[in-house]
Design a protein around this ligand. Sequence first.
Ligand SMILES: Cc1ncc(COP(=O)(O)O)c(C=O)c1O
Length: 373
Amino acid sequence: MKKYSKRIEKLKPSGIRELFDQVGPETVNLGIGEPDYQTPEYIKKAGIRAINDGYTTYTPNKGLPTLRKAITNYLTKYDIKTNPERIIVTSGASEALHLATQTYINNGDHVLIPDPGFVSYRPLTKIAGGKPKPLPLKPQDNFKINPETLKEKITQKTKVLFLNSPSNPTGAINNPKDIKATTEIAKDHNITIISDEVYSEIIYEDKHTSPAKYNPNIITINGMSKTYAMTGWRIGYITAPKQDINQMLKIHQYIQACAPSISQKAAATALNKDTKFIQKTIEKLKQKRNLIYEGLKNTEIKLNKPEGSFYAYPDTSKKGTDKQVTKKLLENNIITIPGRNFGTQKTNQNHIRISYATNKKDLKKFIKTIQKI
Ligand SMILES: Cc1ncc(COP(=O)(O)O)c(C=O)c1O
């Protein structure tokens, strides 16, 4: 009999991936967390050029200096002052999250996780030996962080707090005032903030606020996947104080060596060349956000207006539990994700997540179908 580690054996596989096994040619897939548009041509060409120019070997562990320089410049946009020595280029933001959890979490440490929140935070915390503790984000707060709730949830054992704004799965954006208050509370209690900002560009009305703007000790994670439609290229990055990066680098060296060299070249081109790609993309996504929001307004389905990312998290409780609703939608060939995948709060069972970065025809089908199930 094989003996697996208890830590890993107890871990549940992703509920989201399971659903995708059901995708057929006619299926409307509102489940997947990636844009339906392609990596821009100029970035693809940079990748091809990198291969032809022989960039097919390992890069420095931290990543190509040109890319880290480009990231440093890019982050000034959010008032983050860093430098190439304080950046590790990772294989997607996913690896950056892994580096951070392994670096800060000791066995038994409590880790506050936005609930609802991105599906990886809980399992990564457990893999690191920590204990995930929900930080409830409430529908009545429009799923934004509430510093008062945060204070109530902090204990002697709280070591780490995850933040994710704009949010997956709710599309909520935390207010600058609350972000500032959160950074101060964390500082007072000696809590490390890991801020996942992979949707920082995908904001419709406001401007993104990075918590690191208020405290340089905050760990910032971002990446190329969502902004530039580069999910398959696997480029993310993490910036933190120099001594923290030195700790993380040890893990990165042993598990990864470096992020893919060809993708790094393409990412540097993406960041260095100012095209109107992002602006045009946001404009298109905003139309889709409006379509979903207006389409569900005045129906039995309640939806807070999503302000960023490309997800909506409607309350579908009038139609049944999250599981019942997603099942009925699936019977109509539409994939959505039950809210319970995003947290342990009971209220998640009243919600489903849809990704609206898809074509308008499919979104209209969803709006029509959800009303008649
Ligand atoms: C909030 C959040 N963080 C991180 C990731 C991982 O992104 P990457 O493709 O860069 O690994 C995702 C992907 O869905 C995400 O939604």
